[in-house]
Design a protein around this ligand. Structure first.
Ligand code: ADP
Ligand code: MG
Length: 249
């Protein structure tokens, strides 16, 4: 079992797009795959299930998985990916008494590891808080997407600070960063990219450009991963597939 969290407090950097593509890649590689969606917007859940109103379904979501001692039935999707979905009352768990003792515990980590999957991909909300911190305790790998913009870099640094706190309880966790939505013609992007490369070069595993085909592949009734989208050229497809394989395998 491998648990992978995609995280950056900054919104719009590509977390949900990556979660969707990573989960699709894992299932295509033959892994028994689940997604835990910790975002109240439920965007990853919507993309995977095709259910437009999934954010208004309150039974059996990601919160139940964390709070309930009983088995929780995930949404079964046509791709074969199981989804513990996000919904707009998910933030209710943030204020449950003693939640940190439950969510940050080794027991919780063990409980997730006993689920019948090879790969679990976790989507996170664009804000620091319980649902940002807890998955760091559970994860083997943490993927931080960032746009080459200051707020995004600050978001990454905050995740790294949180990881330092978590490391005592989860010493094996490794992290990696991926630049996303890079605009080659932007001078500021170029500048920040250089600075990220020089500070975090070893951890930077991909530089993904800002491409309409990436956005379009998700904005469909039934979203597809980038490498299955007809509007994406071969180079873009290969880039995304190889990148996703490197993260999930
Ligand atoms: N490489 C990319 N090129 C172009 N658009 C992208 C790219 N990655 C993500 N997007 C688009 O950017 C928006 C925000 O992405 P999303 O994955 O929802 O970010 P987050 O979950 O971090 O808020 C979406 O409209 C998405 O389709
Ligand atoms: Mg998102």
């Amino acid at each position: 079992m491998r648990i992978i969290t995609v995280i950056n407090q900054k919104g719009g950097v590509g977390k949900t797009s990556l979660v969707f593509n990573l989960a699709m890649c894992a299932v295509e590689q033959g892994a028994r795959t689940a997604v835990i969606d910790l975002d109240t917007q439920g965007s990853a859940s919507r993309a995977l299930t095709g259910e437009f109103n999934i954010h208004r379904e309150y039974e059996g979501g990601a919160d139940a998985l964390i709070l309930s001692d009983d088995a929780v039935s995930p949404h079964k999707t046509s791709h074969g990916i199981d989804v513990f979905h996000g919904h707009d009352k998910l933030d209710g768990i943030d204020n449950v008494e003693g939640i940190e003792d439950i969510a940050f515990s080794t027991d919780m980590r063990q409980r997730l590891r006993q689920l019948p999957y090879d790969v679990i991909v976790i989507d996170t909300p664009p804000a620091i808080g319980l649902r940002h911190m807890a998955p760091l305790y559970w994860s083997d790998r943490v993927l931080i997407p960032l746009e080459p913009e200051i707020e995004s870099v600050i978001g990454m640094q905050n995740v790294l600070d949180s990881l330092e706190l978590v490391r005592e309880d989860n010493p094996g966790v490794v992290w990696m960063a991926a630049i996303n939505k890079l605009k080659v013609s932007s001078r500021s992007h170029k500048m920040i990219l250089e600075s990220v490369r020089s500070s975090y070069g070893d951890q930077l595993i991909a530089e993904l450009g800002d491409r309409v085909a990436v956005a379009d592949s998700r904005q469909q009734e039934m979203p597809v991963p980038v490498w299955r989208y007809r509007g994406a050229d071969k180079k873009l497809r290969d880039l995304w597939l190889n990148f996703c394989k490197a993260v999930v395998c």
